[in-house]
Design a protein around this ligand. Sequence first.
Ligand code: ADP
Length: 404
Amino acid sequence: MKVLVINAGSSSIKYQFLISETGEVLAKGGAERIGLDDAFIIHSKSGPEKVKIEVDLPNHKEAVEKVLEILTSTEYGVISSMMEIDAVGHRVVHGGEKFSHSAIITPSVKATIRVCIALAPLHNPANMTGIEACEAAMPGVPQVAVFDTAFHQTMPPAAYMYALPYELYEEYRIRRYGFHGTSHGYVAQRCADILGRPIEDLKIVTCHLGNGSSIAAVKNGKCIDTSMGLTPLAGICMGTRCGDIDPAIVTFIMEKEGLDMKGIDALMNKKSGVLGVSGVSSDFRDLYAAADSGNDRAKMAIDMFIYQCKKYIGAYAAAMGGIDAVVFTAGVGENNDDIREKAVEGLAFMGIQIDKEKNRGLRGTEANVSAPASTAQVLVIPTNEELAIARETEKVVKLLHEST
Ligand code: ADP
C-alpha cells in the first residue's frame, strides 16, 4: 500500500511517501515556514539528493496541495496521479484515554482529537490542521490517525495515576499518558524480531533518547510504564526540558523570580535540561565538545543524563520483575556510544553487560552490542516512526475494507 505519512507542526509539515509492506521510501521532505515569509519545501526522492523549492505557503492546505503537486510532477514526482495514494497516515501527539489504537479519521475522531487539545495545546491543533488540509486536498482518500500516546494505554492504574485528589483525574483526566509511543512500540517489536523471540515472552526497556527523551517498560509486548507523563516534560532530563523535579520547585521559582504561568512553563520546557545545566547547548555533540575542552558544567549535564537513564532502566527492570533487553534509539541513543556504554555501566549485577568494542563508534545501524556473558541483550535500533505509522495506516484501512 502506498501511504503518505504526515507529521504536521504549527508552521511545518514533514512528509514521507512510502510502501508500507516493504518500507521502501519513494519520496520525503518537509514544507517549512508555512504562513511566514520565505517559505520553502525540501524534497527528495530515494537517495541523498535534495531539492529546495521556494514557494508561497500561506496555510497548511496550500502546503499539502503543493506537496501533492511535487509528488505528481514530472520533474520531482514519483507518481503520475494523486489516485496512486492509497491512504494518509497522520501523527497525532495526544489521543487521551480514548485511543489505545490508531483510528480511521471520522468527524467523531476529530472531535475527540479536539478535546485532547487541552492536554497537548502545542501539538494537537497543528496535527488537526494537517488532517483537515489533507481531507480538503484528497477527498475520498482514507485518513488514519496514529497517536503517540496509544502504545502506552496498556499501563495499569498504579503506573499511570498521580497521587493527587482523585476528583482531578475524574474532572480533567490528569494522569500519565506517555509519548513517543510509536517509536517505543516499533523498536520493541524490532528487538523481538532481531532476537528471534516472541515479544510476548520478553521484558524490554526501550530508551528513546533524542532532543526529547523517554524510557518505557515493555513487558510481554505491552507498555507497563513510561517516563513521560501528562505532558512530555516529565521523566529524564532532556535537551531543554527539565524532566522530573520536586514539584514544589515550581511555585518556589515563580515566587522568587516573579514568573507567571507562561514564564515558568518556558523556563522548564525551553531553558532547562542539559542546555540549562551546561549553559552550552541542548545538542549532545556540542556538550561533548565542551566537556572535552574542560567545561565542567557540560560534563555534569552529560553525567546527569546518563545517571537518570540508568535509574529508569533499573526501576523498570524491577517493575517488570526482570529484564531481557535494553534498546537504545533516536538521535542520541542511535549515535552516542559513550551514553549507551555508561547508561548500562555497573548493571552486570542484573545481567546487563555491554561489549565496549562492538558498541564503540557504532552509529545509526541496528546491532546487538551485548557482551557474550550478558543475560540481557543490549541493542541499538534506529527508530522509524514513519514506517510504523504507514504500517498502522495499512492495518486500519484493511480492517475498514474487511468490515464494509
Ligand atoms: P528529536 O527529538 O528532535 O527528534 P533527535 O532524535 O534527532 O531529536 O536527537 C537529537 C540529538 O541527537 C542531539 O542531541 C544530537 O546531539 C544527537 N545526534 C544526532 N545525530 C548525531 C550524530 N550523528 N552523532 C552524535 N549525536 C547525534
